[in-house]
Design a protein around this ligand. Sequence first.
Ligand SMILES: O=C(Cc1cc(-c2ccc3c(-c4nc5ccccc5[nH]4)n[nH]c3c2)n[nH]1)Nc1cccc(F)c1
Length: 271
Amino acid sequence: RFWSLKDFEIGKPLGKGKFGRVYLAREAKSKFVVALKIIFKEQIEKHAMHHQLQREMEIQTSLRHPNVLRLYGWFHDEDRIFLILEYAHGGELYGELRKSGHFSEKQAATYILSLAQALAYCHEKHVIHRDIKPENLLIDHWGRLKIADFGWSVQSKSKRHTMCGTLDYLAPEMVENKAHDYAVDNWTLGILCYEFLYGVPPFEAETQRDTFKRIVKIDLCYPPIPHVSAEAKDLINKLLVKDSSKRLSLQNITEHTWIIKNADPSGICDK
Ligand SMILES: O=C(Cc1cc(-c2ccc3c(-c4nc5ccccc5[nH]4)n[nH]c3c2)n[nH]1)Nc1cccc(F)c1
């Protein structure tokens, strides 16, 4: 099945993704709603990102998981590449977090469980995401979490050295530019768990330099408000560990008491 632009009716812009904009779109015959990402070839050429884009498309097409946003297919014309991506009706998880200030323990645990399951699946396929942050997390119309942006994921069997991602979510071994591996995603789950429960990432600081210092020191503190259970803090403390080999594994996360007690296994939790 080869697609072309005339198969789609283009709707409102959904956001600026990497190297291009994303639009709400509908396949004309089936009326199936998608997110159509338009990437300009000269952008890709300029940043010599051709192989990276190729790799991302291979990665995303091969991934099939309820919490990983689908890439249904793609097509191109003279100067643009079009990605046919799954449309997440609920928009960015970030929006939800900003609106409510912070999530309930049930909501936070449900999202962390979904993320752990999605990452375990990606790691099985030798994909390290390395750039999990709230902007890259979407929610579908059931409220189920979808990991969207594979902007910096790599097919990796060995350790990686290249820097990437915003600072708040970077593991110590990345800010210290040491070799890093799959465990960076486990660290990020600890950051996200804290942010889901408190509304801000744990090492936020005025300057990047101060954030660096707080990360490498694991300068972690838990404000008294909002009240957060000891089990939740126990999980965060077991993920935000400097020695990457001592971080809780994805499997252990799914078996942690806080997750067992609070997460909705279907990934859908009403508020
Ligand atoms: O670029 C992306 C990831 C990506 C996904 C998206 C994206 C952005 C927004 C949405 C949305 C969406 N739904 C909304 C509802 C309300 C408000 C905003 C919304 N955005 N659904 N699906 C999306 C998908 N942007 N960038 N992947 C990629 C890049 C290059 C190659 C490749 F194979 C994949």
